[in-house]
Design a protein around this ligand. Structure first.
Ligand code: HXC
Length: 513
């Protein structure tokens, strides 16, 4: 990192000897790198081949004839990250606010077509005020060309969007069509329309940070999947993310060398508390199971009752979807379902096997959830798992209640291996709630209703608050000791390595959007 910083300082010194100093200094004064510096940090040294550096816009309207800048506000080209080919564009906010019009769009379109034909990830380093207002309708046409290609490329090559400055209009809609969005705290913003337009139309006074800052999109809207304190950290994160994903949908993600050893993990033994209502941190289960320090969590601050992220198991890239009992008891709600569904679909599109850790008391009840569509949104997760054809394994650590049992990668919706720890409870609902409903009359008519309820609760728990009933039906393939989890997962994923499953022939399904 120190070397890189020195290289950056040298680069800056050199650029100050040349032209365009004011523009570069303006960018630096805002705490931002220039577009060229961002590419420099992202790619392997000397690997960048620029394309279209001499392209200019062709408009003379509204003073644009005085502002013809080589490259038209975007640097495009290809290079390698850790030896693997990627295509990259970096918008230059110092040129007409990084705005996009005909020529700028043509450069990105050319790059997208190459990325598709050659099967390598497309990285967008976005820093743009959206459609270039002076060029009018050709700006909109340019964005439509890009949107169309974003959609054609979806599921074919990974598309990653890094937001490096204030982005509006088309500059946020194109990223929204890509797989992952990353933002820099304090210097990047995303909105369809900025604070000034908001004030004019709705009379709301809101800062850019409140409206579309990194924190807003990480916690409230869920638009961004990852946030970083500065641009260098974001670029390092981008490289790390790339290491978990394949080049395209026909390839597997790269593996790291791995030599097996004693895979027993005693740390997993005591994580789940004896009291079924006591929370625990599912991240300890994840960390205890996977290769050391390999968890790359995404969407961390959004819908924290659901955990999603990439990890490595015996060197291989996997996607993890897990309930988080430490947050809202791990309940499934609208946002958690959306978060999980989107991640499952990414992994499935790019051949990344899925591992599910389940401890879920059910769907969240209430008017807020019902009126905002928990039915449709919960169905998204069900749909996403049901159509996923990658190897899929579930480990039930504690509760698997009600519809949430079905949704969280149950055997019946296509999971390949389903394990349960002895602490698992697989039932329609918790024992107390169940007893209150089915033994209502007995309880009401009893001499001591409280004692009767406790007895009936114990009766129900005896029957269902364990994994054995489900195992006797084959819903669970094996009840395993927590400490054996890692070794059994390694073995099971190895067994599933050549899984090949086709969905029924169709144009496309109709996911409940
Ligand atoms: C032309 C633009 C521009 C644009 C910014 N600039 N956006 N020029 N077209 N869309 C220019 C400014 O005029 C200014 O030029 C320079 O870029 C820097 O902009 P500032 O406003 O000074 O920067 P800042 O205060 O940081 O604000 C950034 C911003 C704001 C929030 C992005 O510029 C903004 O709101 N821009 C307009 C956003 C917008 O409405 N875009 C069109 C969206 S429609 P000078 O010469 O003064 O330095 C769209 C259609 C797509 O994109 C379809 C979607 C489905």
């Amino acid at each position: 990192m120190q070397d890189k910083r020195q290289e950056l300082l040298d680069l800056r010194a050199k650029s100050k000897e040349g032209g365009g100093i004011k523009r570069i200094e303006a960018q630096h004064a805002k705490g931002k790198l220039t577009a060229r510096e961002r590419i420099f940090f992202l790619l392997d040294e000397g690997s960048f081949q620029e394309m279209g550096a001499l392209v200019q816009h062709r408009s003379n309207l509204f003073g644009l004839d005085q502002q013809k800048i080589l490259g038209d506000g975007v640097i495009t080209g290809y290079g390698t990250v850790n030896g693997r080919l990627i295509y990259v564009f970096a918008q230059d906010f110092t040129v007409l606010g990084g705005s996009l019009a005909e020529a700028h769009a043509e450069k990105i379109v050319k790059l997208m077509d190459l990325a598709m034909k050659n099967g390598a990830p497309l990285i967008g380093l976005n820093d743009s005020g959206g459609a270039r207002i002076q060029e009018g309708v050709v700006s909109l046409g340019g964005y439509s060309d890009i949107f169309y290609r974003n959609v054609q490329a979806s599921g074919v090559i990974p598309q990653l969007s890094a937001m490096m400055g204030p982005c509006a209009g088309g500059a946020v809609y194109s990223p929204a069509l890509t797989d992952f969005i990353m933002m820099v705290e304090d210097t990047s913003y995303m909105f369809v329309t900025g604070p000034n337009v908001v004030k004019t139309v709705t009379h709301e006074e809101v800062t850019a940070e409140e409206l579309g800052g990194a924190n807003t999109h990480a916690t409230k809207s869920g638009v961004t999947h990852l946030t970083y304190p500065n641009e260098i950290a974001l670029i390092e994160g981008l490289k790390k993310l790339l290491s978990y994903v394949p080049q395209n949908c026909d390839e597997d993600a790269p593996s790291l060398p791995y030599s097996g050893g004693d895979e027993t993990r005693m740390v997993l033994k005591d994580i789940v508390p004896d009291n079924a209502n006591q929370p625990y941190d599912m991240k300890e289960v994840i960390e205890g199971t996977i290769d050391d320090n390999s968890f790359f969590e995404v969407h961390k601050d959004f819908a924290e009752n659901m955990i999603v992220g990439f990890a490595r198991l015996a060197g291989k890239s996997i996607g993890i979807v897990a309930n988080q009992p430490a947050y809202l008891a791990g309940v499934l709600d609208i946002q958690a379902s959306q978060k999980g569904a989107r991640f499952v679909r990414f992994c499935d599109a790019f051949n990344i096997p899925l591992l599910v850790f389940e401890d879920v008391p059910g769907f969240l009840p209430g008017t807020d959830q019902e009126w905002n569509g928990i039915i449709t949104n919960g169905a998204k997760l069900l749909y996403a798992f049901s159509e996923a054809t990658v190897p899929r394994i579930t480990v039930i650590t504690r509760k698997a209640y009600g519809g949430a049992y079905c949704v969280m990668n149950s055997k019946q919706i296509g999971a390949d291996m389903n394990f349960a720890w002895p602490s698992a409870e697989i039932a329609v609902m918790g024992a107390k709630g169940a007893a209150e409903i089915i033994f209502k009359r007995d309880i009401q008519g009893a001499k001591d209703p409280a004692v009767e309820l406790a007895e009936k609760e114990a009766e129900y728990a005896e029957e269902f608050a364990n994994p054995y009933k489900a195992a006797s039906r084959g819903y669970i393939d094996e009840v395993i000791l927590p400490e054996e989890t890692r070794s059994l997962l390694i073995r099971a994923f190895k067994m599933l390595e050549n899984k090949a499953q086709q969905l029924p022939k169709k144009k496309h399904g109709n996911m409940p959007l």
